[in-house]
Ligand binder design. Structure first.
Ligand code: OGA
Ligand code: MN
Length: 315
């Protein structure tokens, strides 16, 4: 059962045996899938498509995983999540508490005061159609602009995997610390449940559980590391999943910095932060005790222009 596995991996005393956790560094257990090498490379810090390793779990068909965000890409998305996506008018869990003065930004306040308490208080940000944590209903009224770079990245990845019409319309950015968990759930609020869900991991390693359509099925546990990307499509789109544990690892993923051309003219300043160790340092320090997950969804069905509210739908 999902709950039992979750409890097992969450436990501090005794700690779980991680030998059974699926490790994509050990590809013997899984099959790999050929991908379209014709696709052009993109400018958001991904390795070139020809070198991607895409895996599919036999137990959870339609679920592709890979490992393909370069160091500079990991840095780029980390800076975007911490410095930019956390800004208004995007919504965050901090909005409910008056912790950040109206004319200031969370990341800047944290940096200026070296404010450790405030830095650990950011738990989520929503982008595009804002996820409503209570009603779980998206509406046209509760919607912001979706970041273009994240939209292009998600579209590119899904296209390579053969989903030609994906549009990134909503995202949750989750900020985990070493004792954070995300309990088992399915994501069903989107009107379009056929479109895949694209999930990016940065920073510390997660134990991720992917189960079946009911809580009765036993999940597969796998490591998600910095730079990994999970595409939940087809069967796995509506399967139970959760994060029972964050594991402390070293910083080798985002610190072994290869010289790399991240050509992103629109976001030159961000690229500059990634390349200058002194500017990158506060972001690297954050990752040393945190994990960031960007969870991108398409909301609308193909051809649908906007969401109807209930009264409109009835007429
Ligand atoms: C979610 C989610 C998984 C993760 O935000 O809905 O399932 O890897 N996140 O953090
Ligand atoms: Mn989810």
């Amino acid at each position: 059962m999902f709950k039992d596995s979750f409890k097992y991996y969450k436990s501090k005393n005794p700690p779980p045996d991680l030998d059974k956790v699926l490790d994509f560094d050990n590809i013997e257990k899984i099959s790999s899938r050929a991908i379209d090498a014709q696709a052009s490379s993109n400018s958001y810090g991904l390795k070139s498509v020809q070198t991607w390793n895409v895996y599919e779990l036999v137990e959870h068909p339609g679920n592709f995983l890979n490992y393909e965000c370069e160091t500079i890409g990991q840095r780029y998305w980390t800076v975007r999540c911490l410095q930019d996506y956390s800004k208004k008018p995007n919504k965050t869990n901090l909005d409910a508490f008056n912790l950040v003065p109206d004319d200031k930004q969370w990341w800047d306040v944290c940096q200026n005061n070296n404010n450790k308490l405030l830095i650990n208080k950011l738990r989520w940000v929503t982008l595009g159609y804002h996820h409503d944590w209570d009603t779980k209903i998206y509406t046209e009224e509760n919607k912001g602009e979706f970041p273009k770079d994240l939209g292009s990245l998600s579209k590119y990845i899904t296209q390579v995997l053969g989903f030609l019409n994906f549009n990134a319309e909503a995202a949750i950015v989750n900020y985990y610390h070493m004792d954070s968990t995300l309990s088992g759930h399915t994501d069903y609020s989107e009107q379009n449940l056929e479109a895949p869900l694209v999930s990016f991991s940065f920073g510390q390693t997660a134990v991720f559980l992917l189960g079946g359509k009911t809580k009765e099925e036993e999940p597969t546990a796998m490591f998600l590391r910095s730079g990994d990307i999970v595409v939940m499509s087809k069967e796995s789109r509506l399967c139970y999943h959760g994060v029972p544990k964050i594991l402390q690892i070293d910083s080798r993923f985002w610190d072994c910095f290869e010289q790399n051309d991240l050509v992103n003219k629109e976001f030159k300043e961000i690229v500059n932060i990634c390349k200058e160790e002194a500017l990158w340092k506060p972001f690297g320090d954050y990752l040393s005790h945190s994990r960031i997950n960007i969870n991108v969804r398409q909301v609308l069905r193909r051809g649908q222009k906007r969401l109807c509210n209930e009264s409109e739908e009835k007429t």
